[in-house]
Ligand binder design. Structure first.
Ligand SMILES: CC(C)(COP(=O)(O)OP(=O)(O)OC[C@H]1O[C@@H](n2cnc3c(N)ncnc32)[C@H](O)[C@@H]1OP(=O)(O)O)[C@@H](O)C(=O)NCCC(=O)NCCS
Length: 171
């Protein structure tokens, strides 16, 4: 398995295996943030180049004011998703490790991610195993646009988890 940053030509294959919930492509939005320099959009690929999973490292951190008030200067790993048939093979862990390495190489000392700790216990257990600690509860606010073009705001209770990076995370 290889992990690289997303290229424009990767977007259709990613959309095919991890479809966005509406006509507005989440992956295109992530790619646009990478082009703007505020994110790195990572793609894990199988040996035949098919995408197996993705995540976005948001260098400006979590947008929620509750998180920003408590954890300053902490890039956020967002939108971690592995193709269902390919889960439990280490892909999610490898994407997180790569994000941590990129953060350490940029001299960042913390990295964090949000999880719905009641609704997603498997992901929460994985993050705990990888050294992420619950730091602040917040409302994850985002919106999605339905196929008719109507935008729907969403608010979901979440916990922001933080990990301290050390020198070993650069290698
Ligand atoms: C959460 C998620 C990203 C984890 O991805 P993953 O690729 O399955 O993660 P990993 O394989 O690294 O680790 C998960 C499991 O595989 C095991 N594992 C890790 N490396 C492994 C390997 N080389 N071989 C077999 N199993 C392995 C882990 O022990 C862990 O065990 P579990 O299945 O009991 O939880 C994935 O389940 C997913 O996309 N879920 C849907 C979207 C989602 O919830 N995203 C998170 C939002 S916060």
């Amino acid at each position: 398995m290889r992990i690289t940053s997303c290229r424009a030509e990767d977007l259709d294959p990613i959309e095919e295996v991890l479809p966005s919930p509406s006509a507005v492509s989440y992956h295109l939005q992530r790619y646009a943030r990478q082009v703007a320099g505020t994110s790195t959009f990572l793609v894990a690929r199988l040996d035949d180049d098919r995408p197996a999973g993705v995540c976005e490292v948001r260098w400006n951190g979590c947008a929620a004011p509750e998180v920003r008030a408590v954890v300053a200067d902490c890039p956020e790993i967002n939108g971690l998703h592995v193709v269902e048939a390919l889960q439990s093979r280490g892909t999610g862990s490898a994407l997180i490790r790569r994000a941590e390495r990129l953060a350490a190489e940029r001299g960042r000392r913390l990295v964090g991610l949000g999880v719905d700790d009641h609704g997603n216990p498997r992901a929460a257990a994985l993050y705990a195993r990888l050294g992420y600690r619950p730091t602040v509860r917040y409302l994850d606010r985002y919106s999605f646009t339905d196929d008719a073009g109507v935008e729907h705001p969403v608010e979901e209770p979440a916990v922001f988890l933080v990990k301290e990076l050390g020198p070993h995370d650069r290698s």
